[in-house]
Write a protein of this length. Structure first.
Length: 329
């Protein structure tokens, strides 16, 4: 089979356009076509290779099995949350550690078994993402204090990174984004702004941390599920903008971050036409620009008029460009 087809199928699976079983079916069909004899050539019946049959698509009942697996994982997580919230004060340290560790081991073990037997890849990724978060919580309970929070984030992030590398599921990317976001808040509050010091730029530090999170997810998108990774990078830029809006005199930085993220997403949308890029980018602009401009000017009417004028200018530009394109074609 040509290597170009392999590369293209891997790219489409990474971008989320195809599922892995669909790529396998296309690969098997290409192998069967390449093995078939060309028209007009005589071949001996014994030497004619038997064409490989394409792998059938999973039956519809597999969706029900995945849903049951999701419900099972959610119920387990809900039980752990109920036990810890309702009985946290009465539970001893050993009971807390045992509860969190047991749930994490059960979720991660189920994900590993499904992955090893090549069954329910999406369900395996979802269970692994829950297991990573629960393992981080169990680590925090075992160590406690500021060191426990930092160690919990580190353990959860390490497990999520292994899962993204091995399972390649989009739910693990969401878990990685959540863990990185918690890590930014933990490092900001426990390391960079300890309780015994007075800092007025904590929100700005967190905003800078979220920019680094966006950079990490953008790099991950080069090798894994590009649409999900880059959309989450845009969400990280949105979080950074919110932090800069909270920071004193941070409106200009909020505008800069809230413009750079959507601009990158809209450029990506223009290249691959993934609707998630346009939705996330426009949502960030819709929230950040009016809020930041209002905080800068303290004039609601002026901001509204300015946004209307900008909107009219953009729509007129679209009409002019569309007319020119129609004439050239």
């Amino acid at each position: 089979m040509p290597s170009r087809l392999d590369d293209e199928l891997k790219r489409l699976v990474s971008a989320g356009v195809l599922r892995q079983y669909q790529a396998d079916a296309l690969r098997d069909a290409a192998d069967a076509d390449s093995a078939a004899p060309e028209p007009g050539t005589a071949t001996k019946p014994a030497e004619t290779p038997a064409p490989k049959q394409p792998r059938p698509a999973p039956p519809h009942s597999s969706a029900l099995m995945e849903v049951l697996g999701y419900i099972g994982g959610a119920l387990l997580l809900g039980a752990v949350a109920l036990l810890t919230v309702a009985n946290w004060g009465e539970m001893g340290r050993a009971a807390r550690i045992t509860t969190g560790t047991s749930a994490a081991v059960l979720l991660l073990a189920a994900a590993v078994v499904l992955a090893l037997f090549r069954r329910r890849e999406q369900l395996s990724s979802a269970l692994a993402s829950l297991g990573c978060c629960v393992a981080g919580f169990a680590t925090y309970v075992a160590i406690e204090g500021e060191a426990g929070r930092i160690a919990g984030v580190a353990v959860a992030l390490a497990l999520a990174a292994v899962g993204v590398w091995w399972l390649q599921g989009s739910s693990l990317l969401v878990a990685m984004f959540s863990i990185l976001a918690v890590g930014v808040l933990v490092i900001t509050s426990d390391v960079l702004t300890p309780a015994d010091s007075v800092h007025t730029n904590s929100a700005g530090i967190a905003g800078t941390g979220f920019i680094l999170v966006a950079f990490v997810l953008a790099l991950v998108g080069l090798v894994r599920d590009q649409v999900t990774s880059w959309s989450l990078a845009g969400a990280a830029m949105f979080s950074s903008s919110i932090c800069w809006l909270i920071q004193e005199r941070g409106e200009v930085m909020a505008l800069a971050v809230g413009t750079a993220g959507p601009a990158a997403l809209l450029v990506a949308y223009g290249r691959v036409h993934a609707s998630a890029y346009a939705v996330v980018g426009c949502s960030i602009l819709l929230v950040i620009w009016p809020t930041a401009l209002y905080q800068l000017t303290d004039n609601v009417a002026g901001v509204a008029i300015g946004l209307v004028v900008a909107s009219a200018g953009l729509l007129v530009a679209v009409l002019v460009l569309s007319r020119r394109q129609r004439r050239t074609t």
